[in-house]
Design a protein. Structure first.
Length: 246
């Protein structure tokens, strides 16, 4: 079984799109766990309507919520998805798991395309995807919105860093990669919302990510509050109205 684990906090605008894209999958041996951080909107109601398992807890950040979801998961493989992502077609799970199994890796991610249609976002992610490919075998970076891992390896490293820090996803992938290999899957891509870029602007987001990466490389912890970066806070009317684009 595949356990799909989604950390959420006030995601009523985005969660329905992701859950609908999961529901359309041809692969059916999965469970969906929504790990909620105290939502005050319709997030829990939406999750129940889609038949998700719920884990309730305080808002301590995505690392904490992913770990709480993994604790109750029944699958041998974990797929961590952010609530503002979407699967582009009904074959995503089938293709991703086939390649993940064939490669025999410990942890994997994939390239991303923007849900929003703006050319600047397509260009930005095209450059980012190229960077991820170049760094894949040296110092892996990932889109935290999609991480596929084996249960045994997740448990071996103690899961995600639960501190409210930027880059807990990359830290997780690097630690799992030491137990086996990390790969970016070539046969699939994920759709991601650019809502944080819309909120902060591209230059500021690039600066935040660059500084956070530098702090981590020096052994520090780039906390959310130092960057004005808040979990479950960003909303974009535009991308909540748009459907998944191929």
């Amino acid at each position: 079984m595949l356990s799909i684990i989604i950390p959420a906090l006030n995601e009523e605008r985005y969660l329905p799109r992701l859950l609908a894209s999961i529901h359309r999958q041809r692969f059916v041996d999965y469970e969906v766990i929504v790990s909620d951080g105290g939502s005050g909107d319709r997030t829990l109601k939406i999750a129940r309507e889609f038949g998700c398992r719920l884990v309730l807890g305080p808002a301590k950040g995505p690392g904490y919520q992913r770990n709480r979801g993994a604790e109750v998961a029944r699958g041998d493989n974990f797929l961590f998805l952010d609530a503002d992502t979407a699967l582009p077609d009904e074959e995503f799970l089938t293709k991703a798991l086939e390649e993940f199994t064939r490669q025999g890796v410990a942890v994997a991610s994939c390239s991303a395309r923007p849900i929003e249609g703006a050319i600047r976002y397509h260009a930005l992610l095209a450059c980012s995807n190229l960077f991820l490919r170049l760094m894949e075998r040296f110092d892996p970076y990932v889109y935290g919105g999609v991480i596929l891992a084996r249960r045994e390896h997740h448990e071996s490293v103690g899961g995600f860093d639960e501190a409210p820090v930027i880059g807990e996803d990359g830290d997780y992938v690097r630690r799992l990669g030491k137990l086996g290999r990390f790969r970016l899957l070539k046969g699939v891509h994920i759709l991601v919302s650019m809502r944080r870029f819309e909120h902060h602007g591209i230059p500021q987001m690039l600066a935040i990510n660059a500084v956070a990466t530098l702090i981590r490389s020096l052994g520090g912890s780039p906390r959310y509050d130092r960057f004005g970066y808040r979990f479950g806070h960003y909303h974009s009317a535009r991308d909540s109205e748009d459907g998944p684009q191929q």
